[in-house]
Each structure stands twice: as structure tokens, then as C-alpha cells.
Design a binder for this molecule. Structure first.
Ligand SMILES: [Zn+2]
Length: 126
């Protein structure tokens, strides 16, 4: 099984919009400030959800290859369509049998935005 030491952490961070006009010495009267907005899907590198119950993949209960845990996952879906599973102990492995279509079928709507992976993990209770 393909095992990886860690996720490409940068990839799950929402991008920070570039600040408009930085360093440009110009006067633009009544220029409206940029509205704070939720990142659009094309701005987000990955989404994540907590999966408490045993995770069945192709009829098999997925177990962590490192510690044998089989429940309480954080499931990541990255923009490149890869799905990663993180056990409670923090072991992360890519699951090639799962993809974004699977993730979208099994996840709810995105309701929180996190600037960092760690922030998202904390929010999800890991
Ligand atoms: Zn584990």
C-alpha cells in the first residue's frame, strides 16, 4: 500500500487573496474596499471532514496501516482528486480507491473555512 509520511500541507490551505494595489502609489477616490468573502471553490486546495464510523472501501473496513485504527478518520479531498485518510493518531495515507466524487457523495456542504490545515483539524476535533 502506498503510504506517505505527511500530506502536502500547503495544498490544503486556502489561498490568501493578494492584496490589491499593494505598493502602487495611486489615488483612487471612493474606491470600494474589497469585500470579505468566503473563498470560491476554485480558491480552495482541499476540503476535509470527520468520519466517525468505520470506513468501508470496496467492501473492506479500512484500517490504518500504521496503528490499526478503523474509525474516527479525518478524510481529506484535495484538488487533484486524491483522497487521504488521517487516523486519530495522525497517520496519513492516501486511499486511491476513493476520489472527489466519493467525497462529495458522502460529505455535507462546506460550512467552515480554515486558513490552515491545523486549524481545520482542531475544528474537527483531531
Ligand atoms: Zn494510525
Amino acid at each position: 500500500m502506498l503510504a506517505q509520511e505527511s500530506l502536502p500541507f500547503d495544498a490544503v490551505q486556502a489561498k490568501t487573496p493578494a492584496s490589491a494595489g499593494a505598493g502602487v502609489d495611486a489615488v483612487v477616490p471612493d474606491f470600494p474596499p474589497a469585500d470579505p468573502r468566503a473563498p470560491a471553490p476554485q480558491d480552495v486546495e482541499g476540503v476535509m471532514m470527520r468520519w466517525m464510523q468505520p470506513l468501508v472501501v470496496d467492501g473492506d473496513v479500512h484500517a490504518c496501516p500504521t496503528c490499526g485504527a478503523y474509525r474516527d478518520w479525518i478524510v481529506f479531498c484535495l484538488r487533484d482528486d486524491s483522497v487521504w485518510l488521517r487516523c486519530r493518531a495522525g497517520h496519513q495515507v492516501q486511499e486511491p480507491r476513493l476520489n472527489a466524487a466519493w467525497f462529495n457523495r458522502n460529505s455535507g456542504p462546506v460550512d467552515h473555512w480554515h486558513p490552515t490545515l491545523e486549524d481545520g483539524l482542531r475544528h474537527l476535533g483531531h
